[in-house]
Design a protein around this ligand. Structure first.
Ligand code: ADP
Length: 163
């Protein structure tokens, strides 16, 4: 029997933030392997093209062998099945996140016939105000948002990146 615990951390990562990074690093105490799944959601208009988001997430975890980074199409539960993950990892910052995440967790559980559970970690208080939306606002106004980026990519100037 394979007892290894694998999770998928799905999201848009437009762009990845220090909050996302912190959730994955803390969750490595619970899981043997985490697949960060960057969803190709055609209904969501993103600031960063998928390939750029992918590159930033790859760079963030390049020195963490227990983390793999993939782009995926379609349902998150199908991506979980593909990589053999029985858990979805998500982060919660606020009551607003809680409500949305609760619905998503129930839907994913039903869609997977009870095979896939969602596991939550609360955001650290110091990162609970950090969001990709906030970073996009700063970046589009040519501001510096480096302190909100994951430590491994904090030197990248996202506002002046060619993409
Ligand atoms: P989505 O478009 O699926 O909401 P996101 O990339 O915005 O994807 O977020 C992915 C996950 O990371 C979500 O569970 C979200 O609540 C969580 N998250 C986002 N920002 C933070 C943060 N600062 N601290 C902890 N969790 C966060």
């Amino acid at each position: 029997m394979n007892d290894s615990k694998t999770a998928v951390f799905p999201g848009s990562f437009d762009p990845i933030t220090i909050g996302h990074w912190d959730i994955v690093m803390r969750a490595l105490n619970m899981f043997d392997h985490i697949y960060v799944g960057i969803g190709r959601n055609i209904n969501k208009k993103c600031l960063f093209p998928l390939e750029v988001r992918h590159r930033l997430v790859l760079k963030t975890f390049e020195n963490v062998p227990q983390v793999s980074v993939h782009m995926y199409d379609g349902l998150t539960v199908d991506f979980c099945r593909k990589v053999g993950a029985k858990f979805i990892l998500r982060g919660i910052r606020s009551l607003f996140d809680f409500d949305y995440e609760k619905t998503l967790a129930h839907i994913n559980r039903e869609l997977s016939n009870g095979e896939i559970e969602t596991v939550f970690l609360f955001a650290r208080p110091e990162y609970s105000h950090v969001s990709s939306t906030l970073l996009r606002d700063i970046i589009t106004n040519k501001g510096r948002c480096n302190q909100f980026l994951p430590p491994p990519i904090q030197s990248i100037d996202l506002a002046n990146m060619n993409f």
